[in-house]
Structure formats: C-alpha cells, structure tokens
Design a protein around this ligand. Structure first.
Ligand code: FEO
Length: 396
C-alpha cells in the first residue's frame, strides 16, 4: 500500500500483512497491519517501524515522501519485533540523530539487536519534545503490551500514536475506523483484546485512568495494528473500559471436546438448561473451533462451562491446550461449571474444576460426570446444571 497523509504533515507509512494467519498462537484469519507513521515538522520523526520481512515496503513508503536521511528522530514506542524488525536496516539508512524510547525499551532493544552504539535518547513519563512547530509528549504504558511500551501524543494534532493498544489484527486497504464495517471492526477489536490484552487488564485500567487524568484531547488513536480510530474514539475507549473492568453480559459459553459423543450429548443438555430468560448461549466443540475465536466470546461471557472426556488420566489434548491458553489470558469474573464422560476413572470433572479454580472462577455446581454413555438421568442432571447456571447468571 502507498503512504497516506492522515492529518496535515502526518503520514501513515506502514504495511499491510495480508497473509498473517498466526500471531503466537492467536489465529489471525484476516491478517494484520504494522502501522508506522512519519511526522514532518522542524524535525522529521518516524514513529515505529515494521516486521523485518516488510522492510523494503516501509522504505519505499518513506522514499515516496522524503529521502530517508532527512529523518531526524525515530521514536520506538515498543520493542516487539513486529514494530522493530526493520529497525536495524532503517537506522543504517536514516542515521538518526536520536532514537527515542523508554529506558526499558532501550534495554530490550539492546537485548534484541545488541547495538549499544545506537543513539538512544531516553524519555520519561510526561517528557515533552519540541520538534519545531510540533510537540511530542511521551507517556509510559508499561505492560501495554510489554514493560518497555509507551505512547506518544502529538499535542498540536491531538493524535495519540499508541502502538499496540486499541488495535485489531485485520488487514485492510482502509486506514480509518469510519471506512470499515462496524460490526467486524468491533469484533476484531474485541478478539484482539481477548487474545492479547486480557491478562494486562489491570495495566489497561491504569493507563485509561492516566489518559483521563491528563485530559488529553484525542482526535485520533493511531495504533500500530489495524485501522486508526477517528470517528469513534469514544466508542473504543468505552469498550476498553468495559473489557478491562471485566464487565460481563448475561451470556454463557460452553466449551467441550468429546471422544465418542457422550460429552457432546452432555454439552447439548447443558445448553438446553441454560437457554431462556434472554441468556445468550454459545457452544464450542473444540474439534471445529479455535481457541482465539472462543476467547473472543469468553471475554464478555458471565459463565464458562467446560466439558471433556478423560484420556490417559488427563483431559483430552485439545481441552488441555484450551485450558492452558485460557489460564494464561486470565479471564475475570466468571461463573464456572464442568461436565464430561469417563471410562473407568472419574477424574475429568475434578481436573476441569481445578483448572477453573486456578482461574478464580466461581464454581456454582459440583459438575456432572457420566460413565461411558450418559443415561437419561445423567442428561437430566446436565439440564438441571444448565438451569442452575442460568439462575446464577441472572442473579449476578
Ligand atoms: Fe504489536 Fe507487542 O507488538
């Protein structure tokens, strides 16, 4: 894609990665973008770079606007390699006067690239850099996404160059939130939050409070993934406040894996018990659904029910992987319950409950297990468990 002026003298120079399908296990079925920005003022500043394999596209975009050696400063908001892979080559080309970043980012960059000789300029919370006609204020955003992360506020333009936060892994030719389909936009933003920022929710809350206290005027949130927020800045801030606070909806997510369809039959019975009273129910068979999509629904669900058969004294491998992934993402404020069938060792429900206790779920039922194939009586207990969870959802 070609560079685009998104506000006077402020340009998008990033790249679109149409083919990315996996981001550390996060299924990115619609690709992503690595956004980088160029600001022309008294000094010319490049904000962030791109993944290494796209370096030449970034260079082409910069060259369309300016000779790279005319760039004075490079701001590195975050050290992760989707934004710094191109940095060594860009530094060679630009020979910047300053490489502006946090101290933690400098340390991380040195640990990545082993170049102590780069012209690091460390910025602290609230530091203001006058670049001649424009000022850039730096705000730490530790753990959004890494300890080194920061955001850069261009005061005169009211633009927050915000790196990972408010992003979406979504490859589009459109650059702004008002140019894309809104349902898909918020779906991708929620998926991104659920699969990346969920465990950082305390840091996100702190960051949002900081933005509020600073009373920054925000006309654009120019992040490094997906589209730039300009029409609905308030909307995405509201969504982040809700997700970071662990707000939930009257919604239940059932996730299961099954060997001989017994646990599947139990899942259907649990869903039957849950349905009604305006409760939204989603059922995910792990044979046909991936963890990233499931987590998007877990994000705002009030109840999560896990079902698995027992295999070799453990959970079925797909459920074990799901539990490991979900545990790492630490969803908050969930009601939980477990079910599943076993052969000769009644361990599966116990293992699932232990996993949910580890995630601090509120377990409101002892769970239902069935030996081999559920009887009508067992299926009735599954329905009753669903009804009990429905009641707990409505009461919360
Ligand atoms: Fe998009 Fe934490 O990198």
């Amino acid at each position: 894609m070609r560079p685009m002026e998104i506000k006077k003298d402020f340009y998008w120079v990033g790249v679109v990665d149409w083919n990315l399908r996996d981001f550390h296990g996060y299924v990115t079925e619609k690709g992503t973008t690595y956004n980088a920005y160029l600001l022309k003022a008294g000094k010319t500043v490049l904000f962030d770079t791109v993944k290494a394999e796209f370096t030449s596209q970034l260079v082409d975009n910069i060259k369309e606007l300016i000779s790279p050696d005319k760039i004075d400063y490079i701001v590195v908001n975050h050290a992760e390699m989707d934004h710094t892979g191109a940095l060594p080559e860009i530094i060679n080309l630009v020979k910047p006067e300053k490489l502006i970043c946090t101290k933690a980012c400098r340390d991380a960059l040195i640990a990545h690239f082993h170049r102590e000789d780069w012209p690091f300029e460390i910025v602290k919370e609230g530091d203001v850099l006058d670049i001649g006609g424009k000022t850039i204020q730096s705000f730490g955003s530790a753990m959004i996404h890494w300890p080194d992360s920061m955001v850069s506020y261009i005061k005169e333009d009211k633009i927050l160059v915000c790196n990972d936060i408010f992003g979406q892994h979504w490859a589009t030719s459109e650059r702004f939130d008002d140019e894309v389909e809104q349902g898909e936009l918020y779906h991708q933003a929620a998926k991104y939050y659920a699969n990346i920022f969920l465990p950082m929710s305390p840091a996100v809350r702190k960051f949002l409070e900081k933005l509020n206290k600073q009373s920054l005027q925000l006309e654009m949130l120019a992040g490094d993934h997906g589209v730039i927020w300009r029409r609905d800045v308030a909307g995405i801030l509201k969504a982040y406040n809700s997700w970071a606070s662990g707000e939930t909806k009257p919604k239940a997510v059932i996730i299961y894996d099954t060997m001989w369809e017994s646990t599947a039959r139990m899942a259907a019975a649990v869903a039957r018990g849950l349905a009604g009273d305006g409760i939204s129910v989603k059922v995910f068979d792990l044979r046909f659904n991936n963890a990233s999509d499931i987590m998007t629904d877990v994000l705002d669900a009030r109840a999560v029910l896990l079902g698995s058969s027992l295999l070799n004294s453990g959970l079925l491998p797909r459920m074990a992987a799901m539990v490991a992934y979900m545990s790492g993402l630490r969803p908050a404020n969930k009601i939980g319950a477990a079910f599943g069938s076993y052969g000769w060792s009644d361990m599966n429900v116990k293992l699932l409950k232990e996993a949910m206790e580890g995630m601090k779920f509120t377990i409101v039922d002892d769970g239902v297990s069935a030996q081999y194939v559920p009887t009508e009586e067992v299926l009735k207990r599954c329905v009753a468990m669903g009804e009990k969870i429905r009641k707990a959802i409505l009461e919360r």
